[in-house]
Design a protein around this ligand. Sequence first.
Ligand SMILES: Nc1ncnc2c1ncn2[C@@H]1O[C@H](COP(=O)(O)OP(=O)(O)OP(=O)(O)O)[C@@H](O)[C@H]1O
Ligand SMILES: [Mg+2]
Length: 306
Amino acid sequence: MQAVAVENLSKTYQSGKRALHGISFTIEPGEIFGFLGPNGAGKTTTVKLLGGMLTPTEGHCRVFDLTPNENPAAIHKISGFVTEHAQMYDNMTGMENLLFYASIFGMSEKAGKDRAQELLDRLSLTEAREQKLSSYSTGMRQRLSLARALLHSPKILFLDEPTSGLDPESAKNVNTLIRHLASENGTTVFLCTHQLRYAQEICTCYGLISSGTLLACGTLEELRDRVTTHIPVTIHADYVPENLHLMKKEPGIYTAAVTAETEIPNIVKAIVESGGRIYHVSAGELTLEEIYFRFLEKNKQKEEHK
Ligand SMILES: Nc1ncnc2c1ncn2[C@@H]1O[C@H](COP(=O)(O)OP(=O)(O)OP(=O)(O)O)[C@@H](O)[C@H]1O
Ligand SMILES: [Mg+2]
């Protein structure tokens, strides 16, 4: 059973705005899926459809075989949501908020308290547990919202920009927690984010969306293969034979552009056989950020030629 299955999903809001144009993708259980795209791409709309908060205009979506808008209660039992505007109670303390939601999730008082304490500790909120939410900073609220989403140990966690208001250290803590959840408990994570560096650190696969259209889906390697035609190779050597046609960048540093990594050993062999000594070889790889911009650029060019 797939964790998420989206098929030809479209959403047009009442205003007439078509936010999603027939997107299709699947996510296997245990994956950390990074859903990436510019502002207004349709990420939050997709999360709301998967949470049963919106009804598709066309197409289908399923979360662990459940149809969200037909069965929202069952979806919320197995899912945790951290949305852009987490609403909790300002006049209650962090602990009181969590205990309140634990009771809504049907947890016993003892189980709720133990789990709340564990999550407050893991999210560095132990000291703030008895403080009213009104005194919490944006980052503290976001972490408490994550704790709330995790109270009932969901099978799948939807995170809509969970680290946007967090300082680098808190963002790192949240990312470590997300990674632990996936590796220890097999929790599936659906992560909408603009923070591509963090995404590359924790995600196991990606979906790239722009203007309601899915541009690409796959692992980093799969996406990289789709946009990379040449791999830049840098070689530090005291001599290279001319017939290799390497570019001399500066004395002792040569560059080449190969179409596959398997070409690199042949270049190295040819240099060594001609008497050259090699000190260093490195092959450049596109980062997630570079891949993301290449896909957006490709899409822009496609749109302009329409
Ligand atoms: N309730 C609504 N009524 C009408 N249009 C909406 C509504 N909600 C969102 N939209 C529009 O749908 C499109 C997709 O919005 P969505 O919030 O899904 O984007 P997003 O990818 O989450 O963007 P961001 O990165 O800014 O959070 C946008 O053009 C937005 O203006
Ligand atoms: Mg959004």
